[in-house]
Design a binder for this molecule. Structure first.
Ligand code: PMP
Length: 335
């Protein structure tokens, strides 16, 4: 009989699948790791479980405690999914650019949601970071997981995502590509893959144009529409020594690839996934990777959270991405 004791047992061990249609001009195998198959629908389930386990062990989180975190949605779902089963209250702060459907999901998981202005920078008292900080201090039993600084974030990927990729590829992976948000995914997974391959695996970051990780100077840091990735400061969870290269992608090209992944590959994923695939394909073309190379790209979440944005033709046209809609409307008829 295979009955799992709880949902936490289903976190991780997500599959790899080869891309077959969006890879024109690329000789290398591009395989994607489908993180929306985690029980909370994203890679963030991994960090949530490890962060809560560690906080219980260290005594930072006690029975009846309250978890307070600034999150664009996925970390909130992961934390709520684990926390609510163990009896903790959850409060999440998020910028108003995060879609209404993502907020509704958090509330459905029993979380309380506080919305803050997107244009408030990290030093602004109205920013989602600072509001979370104040709430965690003011509320008795408040615990701030702090995914940007917490070493259990990257460690969860070091102990799960990395080994899964290494085993699933029979140690043949040559490149790992992931978007950089807190930096936990790329730093933890990348560190593991570099260690087991004696440095042979190349680790490529993917970043939205306008984010600090790929901006040539401070003047190039600006807002962008892709959610969950990029930053305007350097979090501790990001280890700069792990990435060999960072390939930036603008909103338009990320959204075009996101739509193509759904329409041509049957992969309904979020904008940061489209961005990561676009970075991987550009890297493979620019470096002329051949058929002996195996590039693994991590796709963090599902496209279900973006139905009213990237997959909504009106929203796309209003935001200047109308040509993307036309390009992906009828892929099978276009050929
Ligand atoms: N994509 C999405 C949709 C995310 O929510 C996140 C997490 N912020 C990432 C990518 C980036 O992952 P990480 O924080 O581990 O760098």
């Amino acid at each position: 009989m295979t009955v799992h004791n709880n949902l936490s047992e289903l976190i991780g061990n997500t599959p790899l699948v080869r891309l077959n249609h969006v890879t024109e001009g690329v000789k290398a195998t591009i395989a994607v790791k489908i993180e929306y198959l985690n029980p909370g629908g994203s890679s963030k389930d991994r960090i949530a479980e490890r962060i809560i386990d560690a906080a219980e062990r260290s005594g930072q989180l006690k029975p009846g405690g309250v978890i307070v975190e600034p999150t664009s949605g996925n970390t909130g779902v992961g934390l709520a999914l684990v926390a609510r089963q163990r009896g903790y209250r959850t409060i999440f702060t998020l910028p108003d650019k995060v879609s209404e459907s993502k907020r509704a999901v958090l509330r459905a998981y029993g979380a309380e949601v506080v919305v803050t202005p997107t244009d408030a920078g990290p030093d602004d008292p109205r920013s989602y970071y600072q509001v979370a900080e104040r709430l965690a201090k003011a509320i008795p039993g408040g615990f701030r997981p702090n995914q940007y600084d917490n070493p259990n974030g990257p460690d969860s990927h070091y102990h799960t995502t990395g080994p899964e990729i290494w085993e699933a590829t029979d140690h043949k992976v040559t490149h790992f590509v992931a978007g950089i948000g807190t930096g936990g995914t790329i730093s933890g997974t990348g560190r593991y893959l570099k260690e087991v391959s004696d440095g042979a695996v190349k680790v490529i970051g993917s970043d939205p144009e306008g984010s600090i990780y790929s901006a040539p100077s401070d003047a190039d840091v600006h807002q962008y529409d892709i959610e969950g990735v990029g930053e305007d400061f350097y979090p501790k969870a990001f280890d700069r020594n792990i990435t060999d290269d960072i390939v930036k992608v603008n909103d338009h090209d990320a959204f075009l690839m996101t739509r193509r992944l759904a329409a041509e590959e049957g992969l309904l994923v979020g904008g940061s996934s489209g961005m990561a695939v676009e970075s991987a394909l550009r890297y493979a073309r620019a470096n002329d990777l051949d058929e002996h190379q195996l590039v693994v790209v991590l796709l963090p979440d599902s496209g279900r959270g973006y139905l009213e944005k990237i997959f909504n033709d009106d929203w796309m046209r209003e935001h200047g991405y109308g040509d993307v809609v036309d390009a992906t409307a009828r892929p099978s008829l276009a050929a």
